[in-house]
Design a protein around this ligand. Structure first.
Ligand SMILES: Cc1cc2nc3c(=O)[nH]c(=O)nc-3n(C[C@H](O)[C@H](O)[C@H](O)COP(=O)(O)OP(=O)(O)OC[C@H]3O[C@@H](n4cnc5c(N)ncnc54)[C@H](O)[C@@H]3O)c2cc1C
Length: 417
């Protein structure tokens, strides 16, 4: 079977890899000049199995109300004359209901565990390197209330099959000496023992190279702008290259893995994907004091900031802004991440030489991605991974390949089959 994948981010590259492994002849079409150059470029680096809870949970509405009006709030909602944004916000509120939140958490946990298993297997088979670490994630708490909630959360994770342990501040510093200067502020920590971290862009580049060796063809600098249809099925896609030259590529099946831009690519078929771009920021700064740089990836639970050591760099990421497809940098939001690094790990990285970046998370209201069939017989989706596209990449790619090739995907997850 010939399959055409649209998008060469984490979702598209992993789809292409597993489709090729399943015996398909695969072509990937990407509008950028290489793999992983949009949202998969400089994310927080966390393979965060210990955080399956979506943003939409019963405590979210009160937290968001508390943050309203603060320009540096972890979540900023910029109201626009945009019905997609309003519809998404209303759906987000619905997903905060306790029953839905529990169901969404279980679905994400199941896919995350499966994805971890697939990532480990893929690493063993391909030997690819992407500045990965298996030390796990340390979730940091700075109020007694948060730490008490962590004990409940640890039991919930255990029930989902996810290994995590709570730590007193002293135990946390013993495990991660880089937290020493933070010790007075800490009320405790939780160690996600199944978690990992790694450079998503490096992973995309390395896996794309392996996929190419396995026969996958990449067409870069080419944008899908239309479809050729025959009797209700897609026969081919129409492309424009960077010089606006048009071309057509044909295949038996088509996979949309275009991140936040996926809804626009399937709207013409009557598919209304509940995906909205949620902008986030990161900085990547060279480590200047390796002894004091954390070995574990860190999550500051109250500031919603994550920090990962990627080789000799420190990546700090966070903030969420609902403001359409606007990718212009907002200095206040970028500054809040720089401030976090300066306050929490002072002198560890060179902030003057930090690279600033922002990207659009393709977020569904429930944070549950959309994987599987559409109402067009030979059109499939692997998109909507929101805050967890790196964590869920390998499991989603493998499951998508299973669905396209007529197999039943392994995890207990609401796939579109
Ligand atoms: C600040 C930040 C921090 C994050 N931290 C983490 C983290 O620590 N852990 C985690 O698990 N996740 C994290 N994420 C989320 C994760 O990065 C995303 O979910 C993931 O990158 C989405 O991958 P994707 O392949 O769906 O989208 P993308 O990487 O955006 O890929 C889609 C591709 O489709 C291409 N495309 C779009 N339209 C067309 C077209 N018409 N024709 C051709 N090509 C097209 C684009 O050019 C793009 O390359 C973070 C995100 C952000 C913004």
């Amino acid at each position: 079977m010939e399959v055409l994948v649209i998008g060469a981010g984490l979702a598209g590259i992993t789809s292409a890899w597993y489709l090729a492994q399943a015996g398909c002849k695969v072509t990937v079409v990407e509008r950028q000049p290489g793999p992983g150059l949009e949202t998969s470029f400089a994310n927080g680096g966390q393979i965060s199995i210990s955080h399956p809870e979506p943003w939409a949970n019963p405590s979210a509405p009160a937290t968001i109300l508390r943050w309203l009006g603060r320009k540096d709030a972890p979540l900023l909602f910029r109201l626009r004359a945009d019905t997609d944004q309003w519809r998404w916000a209303a759906a987000f509120l619905r997903e905060c209901l306790p029953g839905r939140s529990v169901r969404n958490t279980a679905a994400i946990a199941s896919l995350a565990l499966y994805s971890h298993q697939e990532l480990q297997a893929l690493r063993a088979v391909t030997g690819i390197e992407y500045e990965s670490s298996e030390a796990g994630i340390l979730h940091l708490f700075q109020s007694e209330r948060e730490f008490r909630a962590a004990s409940v959360r640890q039991k919930e994770l255990e029930a989902l099959g996810i290994r995590a342990r709570t730590l007193t501040p002293d135990e946390a510093v013993t495990l991660e000496p880089a937290l020493a200067s933070l010790r007075p502020r800490l009320t405790g920590a939780m160690h996600g023992m199944d978690d990992e971290s790694g450079n998503a862009h490096m992973f995309c580049t390395a896996l794309a190279a392996k996929a190419q060796e396995a026969g996958v063809r990449f067409v870069f600098n080419a944008r899908l702008y239309d479809y050729d249809m025959i009797r209700g099925r897609i026969r081919g896609i129409r492309l424009l290259d960077s010089d606006f030259r048009a071309g057509v590529l044909q295949a038996d099946a088509f996979v949309v893995a275009a991140g936040s831009y996926s809804p626009a690519l399937v709207k013409r078929f009557g598919e209304r994907l509940p995906i909205y771009p949620v902008k986030g920021y990161s900085i990547t700064a060279p480590i200047v004091d390796p002894e004091r740089a954390p070995r574990h990836s860190l999550t500051d639970e109250s500031r919603r900031v994550v920090c990962s050591r990627l080789g000799d760099m420190l990546r700090v990421a966070g903030t969420a802004e609902l403001n359409g497809f606007d990718l212009s940098p907002n200095p206040t939001r970028s500054a809040s991440i720089v401030k976090w690094l300066d306050e929490h790990l002072p002198g560890v990285a060179d902030l003057e030489r930090a690279e600033h970046w922002c990207g659009l998370r393709p977020a569904t209201p429930s944070n549950v991605p959309l994987i599987g069939r559409t109402r067009i017989d030979n059109l499939y989706l692997n998109t909507g991974h929101g805050t967890l596209g790196w964590t869920l990449a390998c499991g989603s790619g493998r499951a998508l390949a299973d669905i396209v090739t007529g197999q039943k995907p392994a995890p207990a997850f609401p796939f579109r089959t």
